[in-house]
Design a protein around this ligand. Structure first.
Ligand SMILES: [Zn+2]
Length: 263
């Protein structure tokens, strides 16, 4: 972890949350000093978009997504799809649709979640934008959705964010062309399946993220997460794979740039 000259991209964070209101500039100074050259800000529902846009004005290295989280179906209105489409078309800094997906860990309303997922996946395909996928305890259902779209020739590309599945599930998403993004939970001692996945994932498909303010990596576990901590994710993956810190930083940066068309 000594290599602070490496460039890193935090491919998923939520800096807009009020937990950063007191010290956002200091947080930015820290990510800059730790080599975080770009950040992708995820969106959980459309009312966040104006504030995220202002953050992208404030922090030049920030890009963002627009979308509705599977646990926020109550934020889906008749005009939501139009709002997302307009937001994506009017600002080049919108580089993905999401975060979207399925979460059967915290909820069991699969049908409702699918009803807001499908139009977003179709929008992403239409606009040729990648999707940021939140998938928790729902790999089987999510793979079914993507497999069907893929057979019909209209599956968007994308990333499985905050990967928490097992190697078999990961192979399913890799086969469909998806990238795998690791977050703070890869640093947890008991995360055996995630460790296996980090060892196995092809180096041209790996991304790193913090999901700030959630899921702080060791040694900050339990505290507020922030983008500068992404180095701990990189360090853990390099340890697991027996590759250098700079190799993982470079590869994941290159992959994030390819997927999201970042400069
Ligand atoms: Zn998120």
């Amino acid at each position: 972890m000594s290599d602070h000259k490496s460039s890193i991209i935090d491919s998923h964070c939520h800096i807009v949350f009020s937990t950063f209101d007191e010290d956002r500039e200091k947080v930015a100074q820290r990510w800059r000093s730790q080599g975080v050259k770009a950040l992708l800000h995820a969106c959980v529902e459309p009312s966040e978009i104006p504030a995220i846009k202002l953050l992208a004005d404030q922090f030049q290295e920030m890009r963002y997504s627009v979308g509705v989280h599977p646990l926020d179906p109550h934020h889906w209105e008749d005009d939501t799809l139009e709002i997302l489409k307009k937001a994506a078309l009017e600002d080049k800094r919108v580089v993905a649709i999401g975060e979207l997906g399925l979460d059967l860990f915290k909820a069991d309303n699969l049908r409702e979640q699918l009803s807001i997922l499908m139009p977003q996946l179709n929008l992403a395909f239409e606009l040729n934008l990648p999707v940021i996928v939140h998938c928790r305890d729902a790999a089987k259902e999510m793979l079914e959705v993507f497999s069907k779209l893929s057979k019909d020739g209209c599956c968007p590309k994308g990333v499985m964010h905050c990967w928490s599945g097992n190697p078999e599930e990961m192979r399913g998403f890799l086969d469909l062309g998806f990238y795998i993004s690791f977050s703070g939970n890869v640093t947890f001692k008991n995360a055996v399946d995630i460790h296996k996945c980090a060892k196995e994932v092809p180096s041209n498909r790996v991304l790193v993220e913090t999901d700030s303010p959630f899921l702080s990596p060791v040694p900050h576990r339990g505290k507020r997460n922030e983008p500068s901590f992404v180095k701990h994710v990189v360090a853990k993956i390099s340890e697991l794979r027996g590759e250098s810190f700079s190799e993982i930083a470079e590869k994941s940066t290159q992959n994030a740039r390819e997927l999201f068309g970042l400069p």
